[in-house]
Design a protein around this ligand. Structure first.
Ligand code: HEC
Ligand code: HEC
Ligand code: HEC
Ligand code: HEC
Length: 438
């Protein structure tokens, strides 16, 4: 064989092996499907009952009860207050519930208990708050439609026994993946996507995307809405909110700066979708619920936690780099994100303080003050979009860095505009704000 031909044949062989690997990864790694047909009756939500038919999945689900920090240093399953490490949260969320209680999230079995215990809600809070916390949403929505959303939470509590369990993601008859949250189905419909026609690969992210997203409650009805009509990028969602959809002007009025603020809620799906892995079609489940083996059986791990606790099963099926390299890469991204997030948060807090002071001065320029408020609203949205996201930058490092950079710039512009409104010079504002941020 001459060299050219050898090269061509080698290339074909390599391409074939590559394609075979991709097919094998989904086909061969997929667990043997001998468990279907257990036929759990509809309305049976107790995970222990499901667990009698699916013991391996149940046993791994039970691991979600363990609480431990992430080995990478940021995430983790501990119920700790974010404001300990980021005191700027107390300023930025002043006047609303997150200023009182904003704990790190933990495992799915705790969602309902945490909902009942958080100081952010009372029995009078809207029923909409339970949408992503319990499997009983399914029956309650079937019975009441969206009217459950404005029913007081206290009236619905007696009907809620189980947290996020098997039924949130599986049809009991077929064990196929399903989406229970109507808000996700409707938001996708408005984007022209019919969930019923989703592929298995897509469902492996949609089941998570039904809850791990940004949302708001429509005024009057409290219906849960995902602000995706213009797109899933933070800038597109900000533009969507700018139109005051169905009279929704914001989540609360900040008492110091008097700005109508938006509160971002864990936009994991939106951040992931534009990142390297999201674009490559790698699902949430690939990393967070990897295939594992036990006594010769292959199954999907239902321990939904930081993938950095099991790099070998989460990352290494696709990456040949060493576990140390992968851990170091994640830590670097997270450290860089944390540093800019903290800077952005503090700069935003400073802007609230400056606007809060300037607005009480006599003879100020109203138009400059309005400008400052608009800049601050956007700066905080960009900061919060990252701060509320769960992966400390990993799901989409380049977007996160860009958004935080814009947040810092917008917050400085807000401070400058507020100082102009109060007739203060730029030099003075720079000196003051630099001192505060250090
Ligand atoms: C947060 C969503 C979620 C919850 C909650 C959940 N599952 Fe799953 N489950 C999945 C996903 C995703 C897969 C992979 C399906 C696929 O790739 O087609 C899966 C797969 C399975 C399978 C197929 C075999 C396998 O291991 O891949 C069984 C059986 C199963 N789950 C049982 C359970 C049981 C029992 C519970 C409750 C104790 C449960 N699941 C809770 C998402 C979930
Ligand atoms: C029904 C809504 C819902 C669904 C479906 C759901 N989650 Fe969650 N998830 C939550 C809530 C709520 C929490 C926080 C629970 C708490 O701290 O009380 C959470 C927490 C988590 C955590 C943090 C756990 C920890 O150890 O800190 C991870 C990781 C996670 N979810 C990933 C996923 C993935 C991946 C999927 C899809 C396979 C998924 N979730 C599906 C609502 C959901
Ligand atoms: C390529 C792998 C990968 C994919 C795909 C992925 N994640 Fe993650 N996720 C991570 C890593 C890595 C972290 C950071 C874990 C840490 O800090 O220890 C993380 C963190 C999280 C956390 C916080 C966990 C904690 O311990 O606090 C949640 C929640 C989460 N991801 C949900 C999702 C959802 C929902 C999707 C899909 C829309 C998704 N992830 C897609 C790798 C992935
Ligand atoms: C299902 C396959 C798959 C899994 C699982 C997976 N990755 Fe990836 N990863 C990819 C692909 C594909 C790319 C795109 C670049 C490439 O071709 O190498 C990528 C790119 C990356 C990059 C470089 C791009 C970036 O976003 O910075 C890092 C870092 C990375 N992955 C880390 C991880 C870590 C950490 C995990 C486990 C938590 C993980 N990956 C899990 C397939 C995967």
């Amino acid at each position: 064989m001459n060299k050219k031909r050898f090269a061509a044949v080698s290339l074909i062989v390599v391409l074939f092996l590559g394609a075979a690997f991709v097919v094998a990864r989904t086909a061969v790694f997929k667990p043997a499907d001998g468990v279907k047909g257990a036929k759990i009756p509809p309305g049976e939500y107790d995970p222990a009952v499901w667990g009698r038919h699916y013991p391996l999945e149940y046993k791994s689900y039970q691991r979600n009860l363990a609480m431990e920090p992430s080995p990478a240093g940021y995430g983790g399953s501990m119920k700790i207050q974010h404001s300990i490490r980021q005191p700027e949260i107390l300023t930025n969320f002043k006047g609303m519930a997150f200023g009182k209680d904003y704990a790190e999230d933990r495992g799915h079995p705790y969602a309902l208990t945490d909902l009942k215990e958080t100081q952010r809600i009372t029995p009078k809070s809207p029923g909409a708050c339970m949408t992503c916390k319990t499997v009983h949403l399914i029956d309650i929505y079937k019975e009441m439609g969206w009217s459950y959303a404005k029913t007081p939470l206290g009236d619905l509590f007696p009907r809620m026994k189980h947290s996020i369990v098997c039924g949130n993601c599986h049809d009991p008859a077929t064990m196929d993946l399903r989406v229970a949250n109507p808000a996700f189905i409707e938001a996708m419909q408005r984007r022209g996507v019919d969930i019923k026609r989703a592929t298995r690969e897509e469902m492996r992210s949609y089941v998570c995307g039904q809850c791990h997203v940004e949302y708001y409650f429509e005024p009057e009805t409290s219906i849960v809405i995902f602000p995706w009509d213009k797109g899933l990028h933070p800038e597109q969602m900000y533009a969507y909110y700018g139109d005051i959809p169905k009279g929704f002007a914001g989540d609360w009025l900040h008492p110091d700066s008097q700005v109508q603020m938006l509160k971002a809620q864990h936009p994991d799906f939106e951040t992931w979708i534009g990142g390297t892995h999201g674009k490559a079609g790698i699902s949430c489940v690939d990393c967070h619920m990897p295939y594992v083996r036990e006594s010769g059986k292959k199954y999907t791990s239902h321990w939904v936690t930081s993938p950095m606790k099991h790099i070998e099963t989460s990352c290494r099926p696709c990456h040949s780099q060493t576990p140390e390299w992968l851990m170091d890469n994640v830590k670097t991204t997270q450290n860089n994100t944390w540093q800019l997030q903290h800077t952005a948060g503090k700069t935003v807090a400073k802007a609230h303080e400056v606007i809060g002071k300037v607005r009480l001065l006599p003879n100020i320029s109203r138009s400059d003050l309005d400008k400052a408020r608009e800049l601050l609203r956007k700066a905080q949205w960009y900061w919060d979009f990252v701060a509320a996201e769960s992966s400390m930058g990993f799901h989409n490092p380049s977007q996160v860095m860009n958004v935080l950079g814009q947040s810092i710039d917008l917050a400085h512009q807000a401070i400058a505009a507020a100082n102009r409104a109060g007739g203060r010079t730029i030099d003075r504002f720079m000196a003051d704000s630099m001192q505060q941020i250090e």
